[in-house]
Design a protein around this ligand. Structure first.
Ligand code: ME8
Length: 500
């Protein structure tokens, strides 16, 4: 059985992780945890994108060599994810030797296959997004659309990728959902791009960028950071599985990783759709992969904005996940503060939309959902179960099984669509039903009237349901799901304390 292969973008090392990176990484983490628990296992890949002009410029600003700078920052990123309990299976650095060798093999193969050629040209280049931009894409004042930067004019002799040879095939793959792009608005945007005259052959090497992977057959050039970066998804998997690569071509190597390759879902923000939806499949086709060996789905999310502008390292308007998580650790204790943030990023915006983040908004969501809806229901049912000495009672095993299956069937439908927002709402609805049931049944009256069998029947049903719901929460709020189960097992504790 194939493992579920999920990836995040690999992030540029020009600052510490912020809530935007946390969002992509947490979506991937939730999907990986879900598939590990409910499917044939998962392979979750993340890492850091370390080459290119942007990183080199940032390193020189702080007076470090690019290597020293990236060594330091990648350690920080890795430990941030570890502290936030991100369950990646492999963390790639594009400066890792295996990756460098693989990227060189890729460009060598592209040349062998006649997919690249030499050309001299003039173009506008935005260092902030490490990409060429056309005049029509610029904001007023001639600035790059996502950054407050004026693009540079580049005049170089480079190797060009024949994108025009592949763009019709890529368009057909997207139209027919062989390569699915979600949400639909992003798919439409990509199809629009593929019809635009801006989609032309483009340079995949750079002459003046020295902080990059050398082109093996042209000593004046380094590999364009985006070709280097996109192939992390393949090099990391091959390396992590200990596959022998020497003297083998890529199509042959792929055969050894079919239990994981190809990516099932690639998470990315809307800023990098063109690279993933157009360049990436085109490169893979140019290497000789067939259509069944391409990534299956791109899940494109919106931006967290702060003060109306995209949160970004370059703009400096960032909220860090560590600070929010630490703040809620203080309130909840037992290192569960991160669960609040995990919950928040899922519920705050449907994947694809943008969301404005403020500490007040996080607190509002905490109080209204985690404290009032979820915590309160667990606490009420457990309180009554304790009071009436029914804490260990549950539905009969076959009834439990039936209920669990019905719930899992529905929740799975959301997860198979990566609809985390729908999934969380479904969990909330189930919890809400228990709350409404309590109001309707009035267990305290049953107790007062001595209707013991009926009381036991209802409490066993609610306790069983809360146990099943705790399982559903596991991918979203792993530490709190453990706490829920611990409370149901009779231990004392408080799920989500109210903020005074
Ligand atoms: O683009 N809101 O790296 P990057 C939501 N190295 N998500 C955000 C965000 C925000 N405000 N800011 C960043 C690169 N992201 C390349 C990727 S992949 C082969 C190479 C997330 O550090 C979002 O996923 O600029 C976005 O696409 C990604 O970080 C860009 O990270």
């Amino acid at each position: 059985m194939k493992r579920f292969f999920v990836t995040t973008p690999i992030y540029y090392l020009n600052g510490a992780p912020h809530l935007g990176h946390y969002y992509s990484t947490t979506i991937a983490d939730i999907l990986a945890r879900y598939h590990r628990k409910n499917g044939a296992g998962a392979f979750f890949l993340t890492g850091t994108d370390e080459h290119g002009q942007k990183v080199a410029e940032k390193a020189s600003l702080v007076g470090l060599s690019p290597q020293a700078f990236t060594d330091e920052l990648s350690t920080e990123w890795k430990s941030t994810w570890q502290n936030l309990d991100i369950s990646y299976d492999h963390f790639i650095r594009t400066t890792d030797d295996y990756h460098t060798a693989f990227a060189q093999e890729v460009i060598h193969r592209l040349r062998e296959n006649g997919a690249i050629y030499e050309k001299e040209y003039d173009a506008l280049y935005c260092v902030g997004s490490e990409s060429f931009v056309s005049k029509s894409e610029l904001r007023e004042g001639g600035l790059c659309p996502d950054h407050d930067e004026e693009p540079q004019i580049v005049n170089e002799k480079n190797w060009f990728f024949k994108l025009t040879d592949y763009k019709d095939q890529v368009r057909r793959l997207i139209e027919t959902d062989v390569l699915e792009i979600k949400p639909q608005s992003r798919k439409n945007e990509v199809l629009e791009m593929l019809r635009s005259p801006d989609i032309q052959d483009f340079s995949v090497t750079r002459e003046r960028v020295t902080w990059g992977i050398p082109v093996p057959f042209d000593e004046n050039q380094t590999i364009y950071v985006w070709i280097d970066a996109l192939f992390n998804y393949m090099s990391a998997l091959i390396h992590s599985q200990g596959i022998e690569t020497s003297e083998r071509d890529i199509q042959d190597i792929i055969k050894d990783i079919t239990d994981i390759w190809a990516p099932d879902v690639q998470i990315l923000g809307k800023d990098i759709v063109k690279f993933h939806a157009i360049y990436w499949p085109a490169f893979l086709l140019a290497l000789g992969l067939n259509e069944t060996q391409l990534p299956k789905k791109l899940l494109v999310h919106g931006f967290f904005v702060s003060g109306g502008r995209k949160m970004s390292k370059s703009l400096g308007n960032i909220v860090t996940p560590q600070s929010v998580s630490a703040e809620y650790d203080q309130i909840i204790g037992a290192s569960r503060g991160n669960d609040v943030l995990r919950y928040y990023v899922v519920i705050e915006m449907m994947i694809g939309n943008d969301g404005d983040v403020t500490p007040e908004r996080i607190q509002e969501v905490y109080q209204s959902d985690l404290v009032n809806k979820i915590g309160n229901t667990y606490q009420r049912v457990l309180g009554m179960a304790r009071k009436y000495d029914l804490l260990t009672t549950r539905m009969a095993p076959e009834k439990q099984e039936k209920l669990a299956q019905a719930i899992q069937h529905k929740s799975q439908a959301y997860m198979n669509q990566q609809d985390l927002y729908g999934y969380v709402h479904y969990c909330l609805d189930l919890t809400g039903e228990i709350g409404r049931g309590i109001e309707l049944v009035k267990p305290w009256e049953l107790a007062k009237n001595g209707q013991d069998d009926e009381l036991k029947y209802h409490l066993s049903k609610w306790l069983t349901a809360l146990e099943i719901i705790a399982d559903l929460w596991e991918p979203i709020m792993p530490a709190s799901a453990i706490e829920m189960k611990s409370l149901l097992a009779g231990n004392q504790g408080m799920l989500f304390p109210r903020i005074s």
